[in-house]
Design a protein around this ligand. Sequence first.
Ligand SMILES: *Cc1c(COP(=O)(O)O)cnc(C)c1O
Length: 351
Amino acid sequence: MKITLTKNPKVKPDFSKLGFGKYFTDHMMVMDYADGKWGEPEIIPFEDFNLSPATTCLHYAQGIFEGAKAYKDADGNITVFRIDENFKRMNRSAERLCMPTFDAEIAKEALFELIRIEKDWIPAEDGKALYIRPTMIGIDPVLGVHASHTYRLYIILSPVGAYYAHGLEPTKIMVEDKFVRASIGGTGEAKCMGNYAASLLAGEMAVKKGYDQVMWLDAKEMKYVEEVGSMNMFFVIGDEVVTPALVGSILPGITRKSSIELLRDHGYKVVERRISMDEIVEAYNNGALKEAFGTGTAAVVSPVGVIAYKGVDMNINNGKMGDITKYLYDNLTGIQYGKKEDKYGWITKIN
Ligand SMILES: *Cc1c(COP(=O)(O)O)cnc(C)c1O
């Protein structure tokens, strides 16, 4: 693989004030597709792209991305969590967006090399990590509405702290009953750019009303819970942990899948099924709704303290993190930060 190192390394930011996705490392991985095939991956200095204003992805959102994290554990090991799942999902997103798939092993090896080069950018403290953002865009400089013939796959890295400014404080979530995120047959299952553009207005409106995020309902009946902007949802109702089934419009989260496995292994009853807002309101009213939390690479395991629906705030677990949420948080991050045994083979050491 061709590697070109920067002549001007950046001054690193203060790792105690990282926020999310604001700083980028010195290098990136780039791999281009043209004439029906992928070229070699290359590592080059992090720099702006030179793109025609007519570029396909800039007009028709033919673009997909992924989110993963690299960690530095207490013994100084550099690790990644279930990265194969990310590249598999990215190839599924590529198929949905009419983009070429790629060899996940090649992309992974190039990523590992990039992370080794950028190892000093990985924050070592708990809760912090090096966020990995693989992205693929259609780059034909042509305005016709059809799939691009040329593509760029690239990976950038960003040292990050907590996703929410309030850290592990429970989030306040508003149920959105006017706009929808995705419908069956649409692109909700793919991590594609357009999904996020379409969700911004509702998100801004929720923030103006004092909430952190919106929770989406199904597009057909506006009745069943789907997910939150970048997190899959879980509800503890009675002695069951319920998470919406992957019906086709929900992003199949890797953290979701890992959480189901961890909770089941500990003996919790986890059910994947459709869950309606009526059921959640009823469970809240009769005291059966004990906890709610979201899962995602960026947000990790995030307790939900308030769910607002039809103008009523439901306060969950007195606005505190519940026991099952805490169990999951401790065990998932325990594996990710190398403090708990990884009996699942989810961690890959790359140093
Ligand atoms: C990325 C994402 C998630 C979380 O997926 P993970 O693989 O757990 O990071 C959930 N919902 C949406 C809409 C997402 O984009």
